[in-house]
Design a protein around this ligand. Structure first.
Ligand SMILES: [Zn+2]
Length: 251
């Protein structure tokens, strides 16, 4: 892995950028204006596609450890943002069936509540005991901040509460060290990336990372939705690095 330019933010060369998939809910829903849910049968088909290509879905903590050891080939990160209860019910059995794992990024102050920050019908979020069930099933629990606030532009005390505060409370809840963070809305700036590093996380997941900011504290992810059958999955796998290059030239 090519890292290190003195920034302390774990810079990555383009060829070292791993494929990380970004999901939210896995459920059959009527109203999904933000296209955040994938039906359980389609999710199973997407995992089967990964398997058919010789790829194994793993938690991002596992993927990052493998990158450090030079053994990340064939691994694909699987992530779920927001901590929807449907992930435990519908996604975890499909993952376990294939001996895959995943990272679920939980909003620490919203555990046991509903997702009422977006348009559309609020969906149930994991309860405290369900977070424990996910961890016991071998899934990695990560932080998705304390309140789902966009982090770019926040002052230092609020950044600390969102980034370090959520890590401390989720560590107690999951009874495990929390190693990963996902930026709400993919919103980050240099101060947010530093806050994630300084809070002790091993990595941060963004959405669309500009080329110049590629690193362990800003890992890009590929959105996967209900429309993504085998053909689109193959295209996304082929094109995700090219997408970073195109975006880097625009930014
Ligand atoms: Zn989110």
């Amino acid at each position: 892995m090519s890292t290190g330019n003195g920034s302390g933010l774990g810079r990555l060369g383009l060829s070292s950028v791993p494929l990380i998939l970004m999901y939210h809910a896995v459920d059959t829903v009527e109203h999904d204006p933000c296209m955040l849910s994938v039906r359980p049968d389609q999710f199973a088909a997407q995992l089967a596609w990964l398997r058919s290509r010789g790829l194994r879905g793993v938690a991002v903590g596992t993927l990052v450890a493998a990158m450090h050891a030079g053994r990340a080939r064939g691994l694909v990160g699987i992530t779920f943002d927001d901590g929807y209860a449907s992930v435990l019910r519908n996604a975890v059995p499909e993952l376990l069936h294939r001996e895959f794992t995943a990272t679920v990024f939980v909003i620490s102050d919203r555990v046991g509540q509903v997702s009422d920050w977006d348009a559309g019908t609020p969906w149930p979020l994991l309860s405290r005991s369900q977070v424990g069930e996910l961890a016991a099933a071998g899934m990695e629990i990560g932080s998705h901040s304390a309140t789902h606030a966009p982090l770019a532009g926040l002052d230092a005390p609020r950044l600390e509460a969102e980034v370090k505060g959520s890590r401390d409370s989720l560590s107690r809840l999951a009874d495990a060290e929390i190693r990963g963070f996902a930026y709400p809305y993919g919103s980050m700036d240099a101060a947010a990336r530093r806050a994630v590093r300084d809070a002790g996380y091993d990595y941060g997941c963004a959405v669309r990372t500009p080329w110049a900011q590629l690193g362990l504290m800003a890992l890009p992810r590929v959105y996967v939705g209900q429309q993504d059958g085998a053909g689109r999955m193959a295209a996304k796998r082929l094109l995700y690095r090219a997408d970073i290059v195109v975006r880097g030239q625009r930014s």
